[in-house]
Design a protein around this ligand. Structure first.
Ligand code: ZN
Ligand code: ZN
Length: 397
């Protein structure tokens, strides 16, 4: 691994920021602590920035020593935490905010981009301009989308944009990516079923919404197995089924289902959204009731890496950690990431950076969004070096 000394030298400083961020986790559009820390450091280092983009978002700008290329790129980090009660065992830097936790490592992402900002401001060995995007509300509230709505790519035009995420299941030192879809689109839906309640001993006088609900759940799974192309992945999961009052002898009036749809291609996504509406309504109708399906606003786009930018990042990663430690055709995840919204607007590449330890019980190996998870500070220099090389390589010296 070839990490320059001047980046190794700031590891302790950046680690301190990461741990401070971990102690002050805040969720969607309330990331005042993270946003404040970013503003303070950028000001201290003499880096210009604009803030209050999508409430707590910040875009900083660093110009290279030269700008003959006229090229501009963006590097993005997310700043938000999750509603999780942290398992604090052995963590001196545990969350100080009850019920909130940096359970996805966005504390590490923010810290590493700050490290890159500090290095790039001191060593402007590139030809062009870089925007550092500190984004709020990645976890479900569409912060990337809101930044774009508020003019991210109009106010700060970019030729390409780059993202990274720590990956606990990938060993520390490894990097993975792929050209094309790497994470899925995600949509949330609710299905409200109406029937006619009554005495459980006289079902013929009712329209049972529970029976309608069970038929809808089964029919939706049949969409996946019979309607979808088996070579184009899709997931429909019903995650809530609520009905009844607790009484054993009453058939209720209504039932409520909700769940998530995951897909990679726009065709599959829109086709399945349409079919979920139809299956819910028509199944309920067949059984004498009715059902209305609604998709929540702000669904997530699939994260689709563009070929040229991914090839460039693969070369950068190989030069950094060695060819054997880079997977350039990793199996995609059905998880979603709102960086996908940025990649719908601008070409670019999103990678996974391994942080797993040999000890399987390590906090760094626990899954994202679990109470035991912790970002691995050992990868901070690697993350900074990767960002710096993305700038130096894509813009040229
Ligand atoms: Zn997450
Ligand atoms: Zn995340």
């Amino acid at each position: 691994m070839k990490i320059r000394n001047s980046i190794q030298d700031i590891k302790d400083e950046i680690t301190a920021y990461r741990r401070s961020l971990h102690q002050h986790p805040q969720t969607s559009y309330e990331e005042e602590f993270a946003s404040g820390l970013v503003r303070d450091k950028l000001s201290e280092w003499g880096i210009t920035f604009e803030d209050k983009i999508a409430v707590t978002g910040i875009v900083a700008t660093i110009e290279g020593e030269t700008n003959n290329s006229g090229k501009v790129i963006g590097l993005r980090a997310d700043m938000d935490a999750l509603d999780i009660i942290e398992d604090v065992t052995g963590k001196p830097h545990a969350s100080k905010i009850p019920g909130k936790m940096h359970g996805c490592g966005h504390d590490g992402h923010t810290a590493m981009l700050l490290g890159a900002a500090k290095y790039l401001k001191e060593n402007r060995n590139f030809d062009g301009k870089v925007h550092l995007i500190f984004q709020p509300a990645e976890e479900g509230a569409g912060g990337a989308h809101k930044m774009i709505e508020e003019g991210l790519f109009k106010r700060f035009p970019m030729d390409a944009v780059y993202g990274l995420h720590n990956w606990p299941k990938l060993p520390k030192g490894k990097i993975a990516m792929r050209s094309g879809p790497i994470m899925a689109a995600a949509e949330r839906f609710d299905i409200q079923i109406s029937g006619t309640g009554g005495h459980a001993a006289m079902p013929h006088k009712t329209i049972d919404p529970i029976i309608i609900g069970t038929q809808i759940v089964t029919a939706l799974q049949t969409l996946v197995s019979r309607t979808a192309d088996p070579l184009d992945p899709v997931v429909i999961s019903i995650t809530n089924f609520n009905a009844g009052t607790g009484a054993f002898n009453v058939i209720p009036d209504s039932a409520h289902l909700s769940g998530t749809l995951r897909a990679f291609t726009p065709e599959m996504r829109s086709n399945m959204m349409q079919r979920i509406h139809e299956v819910a309504a028509d199944t309920a109708k067949m059984l004498g009731g009715s059902a209305i399906c609604e998709f929540a606003a702000g669904g997530y786009d699939p994260t689709i890496n563009t070929a040229a930018e991914t090839a460039q990042c693969a070369d950068i990663a190989k030069a950094l950690v060695g060819e054997d430690l880079v997977d350039t055709d990793v199996t995609p995840s059905m998880g979603a990431e709102d960086f996908g919204a940025m990649l719908q607007a601008v070409p670019g590449c999103y990678i996974w950076m391994g942080q797993g330890e040999a000890d399987e019980t390590s906090h760094h190996n626990q899954g994202l969004h679990t109470p035991q998870y912790d970002f691995n500070d050992d990868i901070i220099p690697l993350g900074i070096e990767y960002w710096v090389r993305v700038v130096e390589n894509t813009l040229g010296r």
